[in-house]
Design a protein around this ligand. Structure first.
Ligand SMILES: Cc1ncc(COP(=O)(O)O)c(C=O)c1O
Length: 406
């Protein structure tokens, strides 16, 4: 595996927003969205342990937990998104979503952005920006310019939605001309891997209209923004104000237990089953369903969406104060507990400086990482139990670390 930092952190234990290395040193975890409700949350641990001691098997049997979870999860979506498939990873979820779109439309063309990541299966990695697939991108995949704050598509933030939609329109025309047709536009509704640019509600509407006119579906990859991290809503597509046909979920769903899901309309799921006869041995096993159910309940009981909203707004304010003191911070942005500070120097993205800052912060006991086309944006995405005192520590350490490396 590829690890973070010059010297990887050799972790031994976690609790809440904290990680300890094997020498007993404590780190404030400002990066991990997988332990969404906090590292080793006792209710999730208990749910996993007691279900493992009762029953765990594959999904060829009916089981209360997967049914209850399906109902609890789909209740968080618009009424028509009433069907769920449980899988084991975000990659699998996106793989299934792409095939659902093919089954529904009878077409194969896929449109994504040119600076994204949707997972590691052969099909899904056709959309990955960081490495060109062996043999090049397949002709049914079209990548359109991703939105950006400081280098917007078309050169102007005010007209970026139109310029993005024009890219989608070109991709649609190419896919129709090549005979593939359009099965789906797949996007993260927070554009997390693209560096989460600040987008107005309705940003995607013109692009979605073009895709729908061509008969394609819209897939919202909620693997990163989902489950309330963005504070204002449970899901990124609700914040941006569009209605996806298919939604994929992963990372935070089981607080570290490998569980993921696809949520869609009944009609789409039926067409998918007819076309592919899908089976997944581990997907939706009782222990995974128990972990996922405990996460949903903890989010509600501990009001973590509200915490993401309030603590996130507080942390964003602290980042803005830092930006006023440090010239290298060219942009501060984000929503809820999904924040970023973009570094530029001498009119250019400060990639090396960002890497140095990430390492310096690690040495000072705060874990975070970088994102964006030039890896020059500090990415903050802590467990959603992050508090104001944690935000204060983050800002203090970042202030000192910037002083040391900038
Ligand atoms: C937006 C997005 N989708 C999908 C995935 C893949 O999820 P997994 O690693 O669980 O397969 C990732 C992983 O980083 C991701 O960022």
């Amino acid at each position: 595996m590829t690890t973070f930092y010059r010297q990887p952190v050799h972790v031994a234990r976690g609790e809440g927003v904290w990680l300890w290395d094997r020498d007993g040193r404590r780190y404030l975890d400002c990066y991990n969205n997988v332990p969404h409700v906090g590292h080793c949350h006792p209710r999730v641990v208990e749910a996993i342990a007691s279900q493992a001691a009762t029953l765990n098997t594959h999904t060829r049997y009916v089981h209360d937990l997967i049914l209850d979870y399906g109902e609890a999860l789909t209740a968080k979506f618009a009424a028509e998104l009433e069907s769920m498939v449980m899988v084991c990873s975000g990659s699998e979820a996106n793989d299934v979503a792409l095939r659902m779109a093919q089954a529904m439309t009878g077409k194969t063309g896929i449109i994504g952005t040119d600076n994204t990541y949707h997972g590691n299966t052969a099909a899904v990695s056709q959309l990955n920006a960081s490495k060109v697939p062996v043999g090049g991108y397949l002709p049914h995949v079209r990548r359109v310019a991703a939105p950006d704050n400081l280098m917007p598509v078309g050169g102007d933030r005010a007209t970026q939605a139109k310029a993005f939609a024009e890219g989608v329109a070109r991709a649609v025309a190419e896919l129709e001309a090549s005979g593939h047709g359009v099965s789906a536009l797949i996007v993260c509704p927070y554009f997390a891997n693209e560096g989460f640019p600040t987008l107005e509600r309705g940003f995607l509407d013109p692009a979605i209209e073009i895709v729908r006119r061509a008969g394609g579906l819209v897939i919202a990859d909620e693997v990163q923004p989902g489950f309330g991290r963005i504070g204002s809503h449970w899901w990124g597509h609700q914040r941006l104000g569009f209605a996806p046909d298919i939604v994929t979920l992963g990372k935070p769903m089981g607080n570290g237990h490998p569980v993921a899901a696809v949520v869609t309309r009944h009609e789409i799921l039926t067409r998918f089953q007819e076309a592919f006869k899908y089976f997944n041995t581990f997907g939706g096993n009782p222990v995974s369903a128990a972990a996922a159910m405990a996460v949903l309940q903890v989010i509600e009981d501990e009001a973590l969406v509200e915490n993401a909203r309030d603590t996130g707004a507080y942390a964003l304010g602290l980042l803005e104060e830092l930006a006023a003191r440090h010239d290298v911070i060219a942009d501060v942005r984000g929503a809820g507990l999904f924040l970023g500070a973009e570094l530029w120097r001498d009119g250019k993205p400060a990639t090396a400086l960002c890497a140095a800052l990430v390492d310096e912060m690690r040495d000072r006991g705060v874990l975070l990482h970088s994102v964006g086309r030039h890896s020059n944006t500090v990415k903050l995405r802590p467990p959603c139990v992050f508090g104001r005192d944690n935000a204060d520590m983050l800002a203090e350490v970042m202030d000192a670390a910037l002083g040391a490396v900038a």
